[in-house]
Design a binder for this molecule. Structure first.
Ligand SMILES: Cc1cc2nc3c(=O)[nH]c(=O)nc-3n(C[C@H](O)[C@H](O)[C@H](O)COP(=O)(O)OP(=O)(O)OC[C@H]3O[C@@H](n4cnc5c(N)ncnc54)[C@H](O)[C@@H]3O)c2cc1C
Ligand code: SF4
Length: 502
């Protein structure tokens, strides 16, 4: 076990990020290349091994946090690696990408600083892989059943790995030219280097999971036809329907959806282009949208050599501490500084965000290209424009990071599988992930497609639980774990936790 008085002896110390100047000069992860084991072992020793580990309430995976903290504190990396993988297929993803609601739920947060759970998770995952523990785990027996997974984001990958290991023949069908969903083309390299994704895909292939790319189910490949070739289907197509900004001037050149911009930047890292076709280099950049997708655009634009970058947020600036309606262990909406904000502050000397403001229109240069954005301040809650507060920002590149409103409406997938939409515009399913309205039984929905825009950790949790439901459907029982039901909600004031909240 950990030292029961460790937290009194040892102050919290998070893994330090590389200096801003250094990381703006490359695309490597902000924490790349550090020797972390002694620091992380010491930090894991701060865990109190609580009788009721409230950190668990923050994590949909049911991660066994005090157990792996104890193993990490004693340097038993194999045992720590095994316990970590008991509940999470891809801890190297969550260790890098998760906003760590577990830390906000840690008992130490009541009157001290929480355990650095996320750092411990990443270090166990990386150290275990380095020591060779990430070997393929193919099934001992084949079931003779076949499952099609549609979509290769974290939900589809987690479902596929669980089902393959349970002995089923699994084929992942992905519309894009590479596997990974938003892990591949949304999330920038400086948050997670793609080598981690590639290693997992390699492991999954070696276990027997098959992948087909460039395969648009519901488009050139009929979903109903696919359904007949498999005993079950997992729909894990994400929530790709982008929100638009319907203001005058939207049609001008130089205004792009954030996902198009981030995809191009990621394709440069993959070697598809030498230079991004949509680059911030030499431009004044305005990002419309105050969430973390906007923050990813910010970090990307700074690395591409933008002249200036501003990020607009219609919401008021959050306070520094928990509001009354967000007591511990709820994940609170507080003022947070991402690595990209830190980089902008380091380069430009001030925070790039403007809160409580709305875009009125875009101005063109006479040749059809955007040159400026006119905005107004808005009342904090009612969001009504405040008279006399208008101003103009120079803008050679505008990025719309306004979030998503459910799975894409275009394409024949929904129609062909007979899927229904719920009241929020996501694919409806029952508590055990079975699609509502599916014309034939055996269709399941996992990840953002059913939950709406969410987090990697929820996508993995849903993929695992959906796999258990599929296994039960195919064999009548299952030994696969299912930590969440489809209708479970994260512990936040609003009962939802999207990438960008908080
Ligand atoms: C820019 C950005 C950055 C983010 N960063 C973070 C972060 O740092 N931390 C975090 O926790 N969360 C983050 N998120 C949220 C997180 O990435 C998502 O919640 C998660 O990826 C959802 O996983 P998913 O598997 O449900 O869907 P996705 O990852 O969206 O994958 C769905 C896949 O389905 C494919 N597909 C769609 N339709 C079809 C079809 N008809 N046929 C075949 N394939 C199809 C798509 O091409 C895609 O590859 C971010 C989101 C964005 C947009
Ligand atoms: S709540 Fe914090 S201190 Fe308690 S077991 Fe979890 S990580 Fe350790």
């Amino acid at each position: 076990m950990t030292d029961p008085f460790g937290f009194l002896r040892i102050p919290r110390k998070a893994v330090p990020a590389r200096p801003v100047e250094e990381r703006l000069g490359d695309w490597r992860e902000v924490y790349a290349g550090q020797a972390l084991l002694p620091l992380v072992s010491e930090q894991a020793d701060r865990c109190m091994d609580c009788g009721i580990p409230f950190c668990h309430t923050g994590c949909p995976l049911g991660n066994l946090i005090p157990e792996w903290n104890a193993y990490a504190a004693h340097g038993d990396w194999r045992a720590a690696y095994e316990r970590l993988h008991a509940t999470n297929n891809f801890p190297e993803f969550t260790g890098r990408l998760c906003p760590a609601p577990c830390e906000d739920a840690c008992v130490l947060t009541i009157n001290a600083d929480p355990v650095t759970i996320k750092n411990v998770e990443q270090t166990i995952a990386d150290e275990g892989r380095r020591r060779g523990y990430q070997a393929p785990r193919p099934p001992e027996r084949r079931s003779g059943r076949a499952v099609a997974v549609i979509g290769s984001g974290p939900a589809g990958l987690a479902a596929a790995q669980q089902l393959t290991r349970a002995g089923h023949r699994v084929v992942v069908h992905e519309r894009a030219d590479r596997i990974g969903g938003l892990l591949r083309y949304g999330i920038p390299e400086f948050k997670m280097e793609k080598v981690h994704l590639d290693r997992r895909i390699e492991q999954m292939r070696a276990e027997g999971t098959a992948f087909v790319t460039g395969c648009d189910i519901g488009g050139e490949v009929g979903a109903a036809e696919l359904r007949h070739g498999y005993d079950a289907v997992v729909v894990a197509v994400g929530a790709g329907e982008r929100r638009e900004l319907a203001v005058p001037g939207r049609e001008l050149r130089g205004i792009h959806q954030a996902m198009d911009y981030l995809t191009c930047a990621n394709r440069v890292r993959e070697g598809d282009f030498a230079v991004s076709p949509v680059t911030a280099e030499g431009s004044h950049v305005v990002i419309v949208g105050g969430g973390d997708t906007g923050s990813d655009c910010l970090g990307t634009a700074l690395r591409q050599g933008a002249l200036s970058v501003v990020q607009l947020d219609i919401n008021p600036e959050p306070g520094p501490g928990r509001a009354d309606g967000e007591p511990w262990p709820v994940y609170p909406k507080v003022y947070r500084i991402s690595h990209a904000h830190e980089e902008a502050r380091g380069r430009e000397g001030s925070d790039p965000r403007i809160f409580s403001c709305a875009t009125l229109h875009f101005e063109g240069d006479g040749a059809g290209r955007v040159r400026a954005l006119r905005l107004t301040a808005v009342e904090p809650m009612a969001r009504r424009p405040l008279g006399g507060s208008e101003r103009v920002l120079p803008a050679g590149l505008v990025l719309l990071a306004l979030g998503f409103s459910g799975p894409e409406r275009a394409g024949g997938l929904r129609e062909q599988l007979g899927l229904e939409l719920d009241e929020r515009g996501n694919y409806a399913r029952d508590a055990a992930f079975a699609a509502a309205g599916g014309r034939t039984p055996g269709v399941f929905v996992a990840g953002d497609a059913g939950r709406g825009q969410s987090l990697v950790v929820w996508a993995i949790a849903e993929g695992r639980s959906a796999a258990a439901a599929v296994d039960r459907h195919l064999t009548g029982s299952t030994a696969l774990p299912a930590a969440v039901a489809a209708h479970d909600r994260p512990m936040t004031a609003l009962g939802r936790l999207r990438y960008g909240d908080g």
